[in-house]
Design a protein around this ligand. Structure first.
Ligand code: Z5A
Length: 209
């Protein structure tokens, strides 16, 4: 049976995930594979509704926030990610379960063991084959976003300390799983970030060509 590659992109705000995914989408296509670009939260109609509740609304209790991210993920995995992988596609997903662990457990303070179990329940045990962690100081990412159209969302407006915990949480995860999580220096020029990521992606997609 065909099986594609599930690639996720993680990191603090403004790290350049969207920029990198766009560049890799083109390179994956040029290499003769089929990319599927998606994101969490926000894929499909269900995801869009959940995203607007999460990012455009007022304050949300931390457990409610956790369950909204998980609901979005469960629907996304079942209706989009698993079918695309079964067709042999390369799924490029902007944020996934590592974000929940880092934002809701490490930065918000919810029970890490419970958050890990809940993530596994929501994904049905599916894990990314490869994760790119775009690392940069929180201040640098936030400064990049301050110029963007549409301004800041509810989570961007969290205090700097929150974003610093997020950065450290991702770095700790990368140290735990070095085979899956590839660290990229996101302060570099976007072209350099792209080349480093594509080199790793090429090694992992050999079986798809
Ligand atoms: N969240 C959560 O709490 N729990 C979860 O389970 C999940 C998510 C899944 C989603 O917001 C929020 O939800 C996010 C985590 C939380 N919270 N916050 N805060 P989002 O998806 O809307 O936002 P984001 O994921 O943080 O992405 P972003 O803010 O859009 O940034 P990005 O995609 O990483 O960066 P970008 O759009 O590619 O680039 C940002 C700017 O920097 C842009 O002007 C680029 O031209 C520029 N850029 C990009 N790369 C470079 C380099 N290399 N050098 C210089 N400038 C660059």
């Amino acid at each position: 049976m065909a099986y594609g590659l599930f690639v996720t992109f993680e990191g603090p705000e403004g790290a350049g995930k969207t920029t990198l995914i766009r560049a890799l989408e083109a390179r994956v296509r040029e290499a003769g594979m089929t990319p599927v670009v998606t994101r969490e939260p926000g894929a499909g109609e269900f995801g869009k509704t959940v995203r607007s509740l999460l990012l455009e609304g007022g304050e949300i209790a931390h457990p409610a926030e956790l369950f909204l991210f998980l609901a979005d993920r469960a629907q996304h995995v079942e209706t989009l990610i698993k079918p695309a992988l079964a067709e042999g596609k390369v799924v490029l997903c902007d944020r996934h379960a590592d974000s929940t662990y880092v934002y809701q457990a490490i930065a918000r303070g919810l029970d890490p063991t419970f958050v890990r179990q809940a993530n596994t329940f929501a994904t049905g045990g599916l894990k990314p084959d490869l994760t790119f962690l775009l690392d940069l100081p929180a201040e640098v990412g936030l400064a990049r976003l301050s110029n963007r159209e549409g301004g800041q969302d509810r989570l961007d407006r969290a205090p700097l300390e929150f974003h610093q915990k997020v950065r450290q949480g991702f770095l700790d995860l990368a140290a735990e799983e070095p085979g899956r999580i590839i660290l990229l220096d996101a302060t570099q020029d976007p072209k350099n970030v792209e080349s480093a990521a594509f080199a790793t992606l090429s090694e992992r997609t050999v079986h798809l060509r």
